[in-house]
Design a protein around this ligand. Sequence first.
Ligand code: TPP
Ligand code: MG
Length: 327
Amino acid sequence: MSIESPEHLRRRGLASDLGRLKRMIEIREVEETIQSLYSAGEIRGSTHLYSGQEAVAVGLASVAPLGDTVACTYRGHGMALALGMEPTAVIGEVCGRSTGCVGGIGGSMHLCDPSIGLLPTFAIVGAQIPVAVGVALASAYRAADSVAWAVLGDGATNIGAFHESLNMASVMGLPVVFVIENNLYGEYSPLRWTTPLDDLFRRGEAYDMRAAAVDGQDVHAVAEALAEARSHAAAGRGPSLIEAKTYRYSGHSRSDLGLYRSADEVQTWVSRDPIGILAERIWPEGHSSRLSEMVEQVRSEVRAATEHALRPMPPIDKVEMLRHITG
Ligand SMILES: Cc1ncc(C[n+]2csc(CCOP(=O)(O)OP(=O)(O)O)c2C)c(N)n1
Ligand SMILES: [Mg+2]
């Protein structure tokens, strides 16, 4: 299947800029709903929100055909939605309900749906990277034209598995694209406290790998860079490392307010909001009322999805299992 296939984009709802905008709004609304559900005590364990980074997931899902495989992190609600998971399945899973994508036993950090190419999201920093390389190896072995995607944070580039994975993928010329979501922070530490460089794509040089940085707030720029990387991989020319410069609006997880970041810094990034950037491009003559209309529409869809997701309780054995897992 060609990456321009209208069929795959239609199935994902990403065939047009309006579809891409709507999906980014959906991700934002689902994350805001999850934040409120967390405060209301509906969510056990931790949860990591994706607000601010929407253009990366939607850009990737716009160019990854069905048949590709995505391995990403605990900050994976946005990627699941971008790839086509229904809000009910995300919200249900995060809340441990049977309406969730894996029946409520995975939770926020373990979303999964093989039918959309999403491997179970990974809670261990960097663990998804060698798994994606393994998927790429299988694809090369079978002479399939599918590509594997490893989506990781800036902090994960300091993990041994990152370096081993890039090395092996490069030596073997495997069809994998490594996508760094550089949101400038690890758990609570600014990138520069833990990492000796700002431009993480430069780590690709050490592995003789095609590498580039891209504006992670611009869904078109992300899609273009990732489409090129995918074509390169699918043509048998090996892996790429793409660094998307982006920002998470919320703290690292659950109740973290992110107070270690200055208000100016947050404001600078909010002024380059990925939803605003695309809306302005779609409606250059003025976007605020049309955008508000779309937000209202998505908000009511997400409200309905939430009611549906929370209605049933899981069977008692799953409740017991969750109790056991989360203490
Ligand atoms: C191997 C491992 N070490 C530490 C942790 C705890 N931890 C969870 S998220 C995180 C920060 C990762 O930062 P980054 O890769 O930049 O991803 P982001 O959370 O910013 O998306 C850490 C240290 C973990 N889950 N796994
Ligand atoms: Mg980070």
